[in-house]
Design a protein around this ligand. Sequence first.
Ligand code: NAG
Ligand code: NAG
Length: 99
Amino acid sequence: MGKHLLLPLVILSLLLGFLQALYCFHCDRVNASGVCVSGERFCETTATEQCYVKKVYEGTTVLFGYQGCRNLCFPFMGCSHKYTVELTCCNSSSFCNKF
Ligand SMILES: *[C@@H]1O[C@H](CO)[C@@H](O)[C@H](O)[C@H]1NC(C)=O
Ligand SMILES: *[C@@H]1O[C@H](CO)[C@@H](O)[C@H](O)[C@H]1NC(C)=O
């Protein structure tokens, strides 16, 4: 491969990496009806981030939640007393983190 091909390839791979960024819903507080009541905006993921949705339940009833971009996102489900916290991660498409 000629040396003159290297720079265009580097630029192309940077562009492709750039295009892989996702947009996610961001919300500081989603209420029980799934309506964002505080801090509604979008965020863009970096290479190591994914979109996430976090929901807090009391029993099977959603109390509130959050949405956004998160570094090293791992799905998680945890209970304490009567509350359950569920964290879901996705990177399949932009705005995949619907509440
Ligand atoms: C959630 O917020 C919306 C808009 O403010 C409101 O209409 C709805 O009643 C709220 N739901 C709860 C469960 O508070
Ligand atoms: C995207 O999701 C897949 C499948 O869940 C996961 O293996 C991969 O690490 C994720 N990518 C990033 C950048 O987190």
